[in-house]
Design a binder for this molecule. Structure first.
Ligand code: NPW
Ligand code: ADP
Ligand code: K
Length: 494
């Protein structure tokens, strides 16, 4: 089981292409399925202990993985039962099923087990599960004493129409999931759309998802990600590359004997009508490691290390400024517009956030001659780039190309895109970040990274990582001020 940080993220089609490239070298689908099922079995055995395992198998290759896992677990001496939704459809799944010598229960009538493994649907799901009804076996497992039947004897499905006992797949999944001590999804919790991260149906929340061969968008994008629990990758010997990767722990420069405050990086924050927001960005830039932070505009209070200067074109014309943050608490009045205009003309690398995003259009941003990082939340993104039903990765990537800027598309599933098509997606954000001012903190943290001369994509990634790590350290009910302070602990952990 491999941690997913830094791993390539593949769409369903990209994963199929990667698998096909391996198959073209002479490796059969059955061999890949065998590797997948064996890896699942090994992972499940480590977690299951002596507990009984119930594996739910669907009609496709996800179900095939389940049958292989069941066979291997049984060979390992782990108590395991199989319940199926229907007969397998693919050749590989049929051959995997043939290798399972135990009984097969129907999904609707399967009794729960302490360990639930969902191998109903993976990356092939294209429509909701709700409409599915389960076939009725000609004998129920209970009638036939399925649990006691020797290996080798199996129940045959009859494809009879709905019976009184028939239940929807979603309902079965939820009740078996609720009753389990530990629930594990094979590749994806059944019901999720692999590429968009939409929930075609609502699965239960799993404890663990075992991604096969590669991380998929649905492991990271909302709403799908909330159903996955912990995510671990299983290697099935399929080489994968992608321009999209899971956000990694950054490697940041630390001060040395030759460092001074300006070599550490100077960040300027432009204040506006709500100076608290600019104060938060400034504090965040300092705690993220900037050597010098100046706040241009009106604000008061600590920290004393923050250099407050009235806003002026002259103050802006400081060559030492390595990153200029504009937008947090800027307002949208004439003063805000004038300050934004001055900032765009100052020639410093820019982080554009909050109100400033509402005063610009993509063409204007594209015309800028300096590195630019945009940090919109969903509302700001829609206002700037237009609404769309396309998936968040594509939207972020298209926006980055259109504005020729790094785009940090915020949310519980922050997607960071560069104009060259590279994408990084954050995992495991704390939901407690949903509090006022945390976006201001992010812009300041990214400012510190850009001023430290990281390239724009790396700056955005490092800022998002520090922000996410700081939030996780704080636990519940923190406020943005706490988050800015905690950036220091996040940096110290590197
Ligand atoms: N390819 C490989 O080499 C390897 C792949 N691997 C594994 O394969 C998984 C992908 O397999 P997959 O493509 O067969 O898709 P899967 O997720 O099992 O489901 C599709 C099946 O379900 C059906 N179906 C869809 N929606 C439905 C619905 N609502 N209600 C009812 N049926 C519905 C659909 O039918 P159809 O839409 O064609 O009518 C089709 O039969 C992947 O996640 C990984 O676990 C590994 O073994 C490694 C090697
Ligand atoms: N439910 C959530 N789970 C995880 N992160 C979230 C959630 N909601 C918001 N965030 C993060 O919190 C920050 C909020 O930023 P933003 O919406 O700009 O707030 P503000 O303008 O109040 O500072 C972003 O970094 C975003 O990614
Ligand atoms: K599954």
């Amino acid at each position: 089981m491999i941690r997913i940080e830094c791993q390539p993220i593949l769409t369903a089609a990209e994963m199929r292409a990667a698998e096909n490239a391996v198959i073209a070298t002479g490796v059969s689908v059955e061999t890949l399925m065998d590797r997948a099922g064996t890896a699942i079995a090994e992972a499940v055995r480590r977690l299951a202990g002596t507990n009984e395992v119930l594996i739910l198998c669907g009609p496709g290759n996800n179900g095939g993985d389940g049958y292989v896992a069941a066979r291997v677990l049984a060979e390992m001496g782990v108590p395991v039962r199989v319940a199926a939704l229907s007969e397998p459809k693919t050749d590989a799944a049929k051959s995997a099923r043939a290798g399972w010598l135990g009984p097969i229960e129907t999904l609707a009538e399967a009794k729960h087990a302490p360990i639930l493994v969902d191998a109903l649907f993976g990356s092939g799901l294209t429509r909701p599960l709700d409409a599915i009804t389960t076939p009725t076996p000609n004998r129920s497992p209970a009638d036939a004493g399925a649990q006691d039947r020797p290996l080798g004897e199996r129940l045959e499905f009859s494809w009879a129409p709905a019976s009184a006992r028939e239940r929807s797949v979603v309902e079965c999944l939820h009740s078996l999931g609720n009753a389990a001590l530990l629930s594990i999804a094979v590749d994806l919790p059944s019901g999720l759309a692999t590429d968009s991260g939409q929930a075609l149906s609502t699965p239960p929340v799993f404890d663990l998802t075992l991604a096969l061969g590669a991380v998929k968008p649905a492991h990271l994008l909302q709403p799908a990600a909330r159903y996955c629990g912990q995510i671990r990758l299983l290697d099935i010997g399929v080489p994968t590359v992608s321009q999209a990767e899971v956000l990694k722990t950054p490697s940041l420069p630390t001060p040395g004997p030759d460092s001074h405050k300006y070599t550490r990086g100077m960040v300027a924050i432009i204040a506006g009508t709500m100076s608290g927001a600019a104060d938060l960005a400034a504090l965040a830039a300092m705690r993220a490691g900037a050597g010098y932070v100046t706040l241009l505009g009106d604000s008061q209070g600590p920290p004393h290390a923050l250099v407050r200067t009235p806003f002026s074109d002259q103050a802006l014309a400081n060559d030492r400024i390595g990153a200029l943050v504009i937008g947090p608490g800027l307002g949208r009045d004439d003063t805000a517009r004038a300050r934004l205009e001055a900032a765009l003309n100052a020639g410093h690398p820019l982080i554009i956030d909050g109100d400033a995003l509402r005063l610009l259009d993509p063409d204007h941003i594209k015309a800028l001659k300096v590195p630019v990082i945009l940090t919109p939340h969903a509302g700001e993104f829609d206002a700037l780039f237009g609404k769309s039903d396309t998936d968040k990765i594509t939207r972020a990537r298209d926006a980055a190309t259109r504005a020729n800027a790094v785009v940090v598309f915020k949310g519980a599933d922050t997607v960071i895109a560069a104009p060259d098509g590279r994408v990084r997606i954050a995992q495991g954000a704390s939901d407690w970040l949903s509090t006022a001012g945390t976006g201001d903190v992010l812009s300041g943290a990214i400012g510190a990274m850009l001023a430290a001369k990281l390239d724009p994509l790396d700056s955005a990634c490092a800022g998002v990582w520090l922000h996410g790590d700081a939030a996780r350290r704080l636990g519940p009910a923190f406020i943005a001020d706490d988050l800015a302070e905690a950036l220091r602990s996040a940096r110290a952990s590197l």
